[in-house]
Design a protein around this ligand. Structure first.
Ligand code: G3I
Length: 319
């Protein structure tokens, strides 16, 4: 059985562009008090941009908004994300004269301070996020350009030292069905294990598409493949976008997509939890990035639930 079914959420300050202030009370009730969710992840507040906006200057205010509520509510907390090329503080990207030495020191300092701040509170940390290209090769981030794959080892090694009880995850998208990227992620797991560096899990973000979703068996194959390398798996950022407007037809496809992926996680021992990437459509990242797409979550703007909500319940109860 799963340890949790949860929803990521953001601090209201980060939600400004979404408006809907009149929905906050109802939103908070569902998020924190309804019992729908046993876990959460802050969608933005723990990212490098917010926690170390200037070199050596740490600020946990944004991250604390969600993490402290999670603690009060007694929810599992997934912490996200220590080393990522995106939403990186400008000083990291702007600096053109990184040397292996100075960048190593910056990574160690960042991971040490941030993991220490939340020590003992995170069920899991996404230690490295999105290091791979679609073909399974490494993405040319500032970290990779200066350090090669050593940066991945360094991040995991440092996190393990600081918070030995947190499950340490590699997290990425498009890992939900077999393919080159899945092989790339397995290579990372094997590389760390061969070096005797702690890695406990792989996070399948699971940003899926209603109209072209994988089958149950494809999901099962991918998840089993990871479990076979000796790690646990979680669905960490699940959403299923559709071409707007939502219609009976694309909502039915969305329901099937949710049911397939949640069902696969339920069926494979070693897949330990599911997190949807927020639960309320108006607060989704999708419409800002994919024009003409949206409604990817389980609650519509008017707080009625999608057919996919029933699909998730069916998957969780093996129906
Ligand atoms: O920080 C500003 C804030 O000050 C301002 O008031 C607000 C209104 O315009 O914008 C804020 O910045 C936005 C931030 O989200 C917070 O809302 C950024 O413009 C926006 O780009 C950013 O998007 C986030 C995205 O990561 C960035 O890549 C999404 O909320 C977040 O859901 C998304 O999450 C990622 C995961 O971390 C990793 N996997 C993919 C996933 C989806 O992109």
């Amino acid at each position: 059985g799963l340890k949790y079914f949860g929803a990521a959420t953001d601090s209201p300050g980060q939600r400004e562009r979404a408006g809907h202030e009149d929905a906050y009370a109802k939103y908070d009730q569902i998020m924190w008090k309804s019992g729908e969710f046993g876990q959460t992840t802050p969608t933005n507040g723990q990212k490098w941009l917010f926690v170390e906006p200037q070199q050596g200057v740490f600020n946990y205010t944004e991250g604390e908004i969600v993490t402290s509520k999670a603690q009060k509510a007694g929810m599992y907390l997934r912490c996200h994300a220590l080393v990522w090329h995106s939403q990186l503080a400008p000083w990291v990207e702007a600096k053109t004269d990184w040397t292996p030495e100075t960048l190593r020191a910056a990574i160690v300092s960042h991971v040490t301070k941030v993991a220490r701040h939340w020590k003992g509170k995170c069920y899991a940390w996404d230690v490295v996020n999105e290091a791979l290209n679609e073909d399974g090769t490494y993405r040319e981030s500032v970290f990779y350009k200066v350090l090669g794959e050593e940066y991945i080892k360094l991040a995991f090694q440092t996190a393990a030292k600081v918070d030995p009880k947190a499950k340490l995850y590699y997290n990425d998208y498009n890992l939900e069905s077999p393919g080159a990227k899945v092989e790339g992620a397995k290579r990372i797991v094997k590389m760390l294990k061969a070096a005797h560096i702690k890695i406990d899990g792989v996070g399948l973000q699971a940003h899926l598409i209603a109209e072209q979703h994988p089958t149950l068996d494809q999901h099962i194959d991918a998840i089993k493949g990871f479990v076979g390398t000796g790690v646990e798996v979680a669905l960490t950022e699940l959403d299923v976008r559709l071409k707007t407007p939502a219609t009976a037809a694309n909502l039915a496809q969305q329901k099937e997509a949710y049911k397939n992926i949640v069902g696969a996680c339920v069926q494979v021992k070693g897949c330990i939890g599911v997190t949807i990437w927020d639960f309320y459509d108006p607060f989704s990242w999708v419409p800002y990035v994919f024009e003409g797409e949206g409604a990817p979550l389980l609650w519509f703007e008017d707080f009625s639930t999608h057919p996919a909500y029933d699909g998730v319940v069916e998957a969780l109860t093996n129906k």
